[in-house]
Design a protein around this ligand. Structure first.
Ligand SMILES: [Zn+2]
Length: 200
């Protein structure tokens, strides 16, 4: 009986989490329409790096949202057809879910938006080098490109600890562009951990 009840609550939780992500997704649809002006701005910025920096700044904004709610500040956006179609930040504490990393939530939003689990043609911008879970999910999602900010020497799975996203034995490999606004991305994390040390 107890097992049945906890199984039902897990199912209810899964439905609620999916609804939260869907709601965020609906929100994204209106956001990305409103963002078309910003996207035009990004297009006219000269050079590919400026475009990467523009979208990374949007990921940084997401990381700041995470810091505001006392989550480790990591943010991500996914760009498709030069538009942001998913944006998310780490929500592990709030959702009490070890899989609620910014990248995982953004991947789900993007798949929901495209109505396709294959995220071919999309680029993810994330403030921190993805971990093994997120790197694996990016490979599974067949996403084209990963642009990240700071390296994660302790858990990064794109260069630091291992390289899952460009493993020749796997059936999909991503183009990787590292170190975009790396200092800013690292500073948010440093500030967060410093402040939390002081509080504790
Ligand atoms: Zn991760």
């Amino acid at each position: 009986m107890l097992i049945q009840i906890s199984f039902v609550s897990i199912q209810i939780y899964a439905v609620i989490r999916k609804s939260i992500i869907k709601l965020q997704c609906v929100d994204e649809k209106s956001i990305h329409i409103n963002m078309s002006y910003s996207v035009i701005q990004a297009k006219v910025m000269d050079g590919v790096n400026s475009t990467h920096e523009y979208f990374m700044r949007q990921a940084i904004k997401e990381a700041e949202k995470a810091a505001d709610i006392n989550e480790v500040p990591v943010g991500a956006v996914i760009v498709y057809d030069n538009r942001i179609i998913a944006r998310a930040h780490n929500q592990k504490e709030m959702l009490k879910d070890p899989t609620a990393h910014a990248e995982m939530i953004a991947i789900t939003q993007c798949a929901e938006y495209l109505q396709n689990w294959r995220l071919t043609g999309a680029t993810i911008y994330v403030t921190l080098e993805p971990c093994a879970m997120c790197a694996g999910a990016l490979v599974q999602a067949r996403i084209d490109r990963l642009v990240y900010g700071a390296v994660d020497k302790k858990a990064g799975a794109c260069v630091s600890v291992m390289n899952l996203v460009q493993n020749p034995k796997l059936n999909h490999r991503l183009e990787v562009i590292p170190n975009i606004l790396a200092d800013e991305c690292r500073d948010i994390l440093k500030r967060f951990f410093l402040e939390n040390c002081r509080i504790r």
